[in-house]
Design a protein around this ligand. Structure first.
Ligand code: UDP
Ligand code: MG
Length: 321
């Protein structure tokens, strides 16, 4: 196999603090990979500016003026991490043989790229970067993150345990992935559905080099919920099942009421009635909410709005591949 052209896809949202540090690390890594014969000299680092409100895009354009290995595209507005990664991958796929997506904050160990590329050269089209340990996380982050994967699995979404969005994808896998048209993006759940030969590479995750996380608990919960509802209908099945159980129970209740009524033992049962009414009201509202969530997803999918819009590009990215 020929030495592959690699595009490292890096989403950036308000990262002016960390970009000057990590861009240097990315360039060093490219040089290192090239020296080891794992990637071709025309490999690139592709920054995707996700509608930052700080100097992120100026930094990217400045970097690409100084060094052609740095390229960038800018989204027309902030659309979130998943869409930024998708934009970068879709732009990169016709220009390279293989892509690696990675966050720009230096948390993920760049040295795992060596093993990822070796796995690619061995014939894998998808290589997942998996965190071996979570020592640098707070106990709270660790517990919530593990709960996140368990919950997703239990709900029927196929995800690789402890894998986020640090992953290698070949151009072939990306071309297949381009046919997945959903606007509700949850990449780590969708990529396994693309198929092809895949493997995992283990690495240790560090702390952010600078700046702060954009994923507080609120966003993690939203991501988990989105992940489940865009990948699985298990919650609706569980609702149906609960409905069935409640119907059976109420059938027994009706029988009991009839018998006590007919035998003349009926008592003024306000408390039990009130409890049942409250319980039924609550559970129905909850279930309607879950079903509404799916209806909302369908609404968004039917509209099929663009998942990303590119407003600006660095020079080389303007050219047709
Ligand atoms: N990011 C993005 N758009 C957003 C939020 C985040 O492109 O709306 C990028 C961000 O610049 C970073 C990556 O997504 O490169 C992961 O974000 P962050 O490090 O804040 O999340 P964490 O690692 O804490 O989960
Ligand atoms: Mg991070």
């Amino acid at each position: 196999m020929k030495t592959p052209t690699l595009y490292i896809v890096v989403p950036c949202y308000n990262e002016e603090e960390v970009l000057p540090v990590t861009s240097g690390l990315f360039a060093e890594k490219l040089a290192d990979l090239e020296k080891k014969g794992l990637c071709a000299p025309d490999s690139r680092v592709l920054f995707v500016n996700d509608g930052s409100t700080d100097r992120t895009w100026e930094i990217v354009t400045e970097l690409s003026r100084r060094d052609p290995r740095f390229q960038g595209i800018a989204q027309s507005r902030n659309r979130g991490h998943q869409n930024a990664v998708l934009a970068g991958l879709m732009e990169a796929r016709n220009r390279c043989d293989v892509t690696i997506s990675i966050d720009c904050d230096g948390q993920d160990d760049l040295n795992a790229m060596d093993d990822m590329l070796r796995a690619y050269l061995d014939g894998c089209d998808v290589v997942y970067g998996v965190r071996a340990r979570r020592d640098t996380d707070t106990v709270f982050k660790r517990v919530t993150a593990q709960g996140f994967y368990r919950f997703l699995r239990w709900m029927g979404a196929e995800v690789v345990y402890n894998h986020a969005d640090y992953r290698l994808m070949s151009a072939r896998a990306l071309n297949a992935f381009a046919d997945f048209h959903e606007v509700n993006l949850f990449l780590r759940g969708l990529v396994p559905l693309v198929g092809f030969k895949s493997t995992s590479v283990y690495y240790e995750r560090h702390e952010r080099l600078a700046g702060k996380s954009h994923y507080p608990l609120r966003k993690m919960l939203a991501l988990a919920f989105d992940g489940v509802t865009s990948l699985s209908v298990k919650p609706i099945r569980l609702i149906t099942l609960t409905g069935l159980v409640i119907s059976l129970l109420s059938f027994v209740g009706i029988l009991w009421a009839l018998i006590t009524g007919l035998t003349g033992h009926a008592v003024a049962g306000w408390a039990s009635t009130a409890c049942i009414v409250c319980f039924m009201g609550g559970i129905q509202a909850l279930f309607l909410g879950v079903i509404g969530e799916y209806v909302g997803k369908i609404y968004l999918e039917v509209k099929a709005r663009p998942r990303y819009i590119i407003a600006e590009r660095t020079e080389e990215m303007e050219e047709k591949p």
